[in-house]
Design a protein around this ligand. Sequence first.
Ligand code: SP5
Ligand code: ZN
Length: 337
Amino acid sequence: MHIFYTPDHGRHAPQFEFFNGEQVPASEIPMRLEQILRVLRRENYPLTPVQNTPVSLVLLDLLNTIHAPEYITWIQNIQPENALYPSVFNASGTVRQSGHPSIQWGNFCSDLFTPLLPDTWAAASTMAQAVYTGAERLRENPQEIVVVMGRPPGHHAGRSQVGGYCYLNNAAVAAEFLSRTGSVAVLDVDYHHGNGTQDIFYDRSDVITCSIHADPVRKFPYFAGFEDERGIEAGDGYNRNFPLPPGVTDEQYQPVLESALKWIHSNNPQYLIVSLGVDTHESDPIADFQLSTAYYSQMAQTIVQLGIPTLVVLEGGYSTDVIGDNVASFLAGFNQR
Ligand code: SP5
Ligand code: ZN
């Protein structure tokens, strides 16, 4: 196993989000990763830092492929002085170049949970760089489980729509990169539907996408994640969603995971990317599944049985008391150090 992490993640530290008109404390905070790293160090996992550097040309090319280039150019250059929240949302879908930054933000932003801070680009691009580095490592060492522990997360970031605490779709960076070598499957086990990843690959068959999550009829991201979303054009048949009711237990989750993996296996991908959110845990403050800490080992053991070279990328998980134990339990399931 090889674990990369992003020591500069704390530069992105949102204070607030807005929910139903109320200002509430931010959930996607530096303490999440600090707790994970604390537990992994305690358990003597070797950790490789990926430092913040100017974004590499390869990464920029990958980002401009999976995201709208006008979005990447905008977020890379905006340099806000304070937390930037949108005041209006451009629901028409047109992108104009003029306007105040908070108006421009409304072209790309889809909610009030995902502010742009002065160092958001630094942190988000470093996480994307770490995931790209992890994907390269996996391509050279396919027998090794490669893990990227960093933030901010990415799976809600779509082609030109960011939200849900996500700015750059980290898992999609890896999927795009690895798809140039062989076909890729993305398995998203975060509590929330991986709408961004689904969006980016919805018309492609070389990257198949599969998400197990809370039913969007009652939980974020609300507008995607339904069972009947199967892909379009060349991607028709290459997306699967498994929406679940509240209160899902270990015993109820396991057969759904097995169905998802059976579908992935039937497509015979050369690489597997796991979008790992541990907000499915029973103690998560913003979610309502009932998975136990011990179950994450079983989840990983089930995934590893596929025998596909695997990259694990951190997404959500908001119970800072147990997030480290949950991630450590998952990694222990791979029986690699
Ligand atoms: C990566 C990831 O897990 N993103 C999740 C984004 C979900 N955002 C939903 C925010 C819910 C509002 N939190 C305040 C709770 C008030 N009851
Ligand atoms: Zn989540």
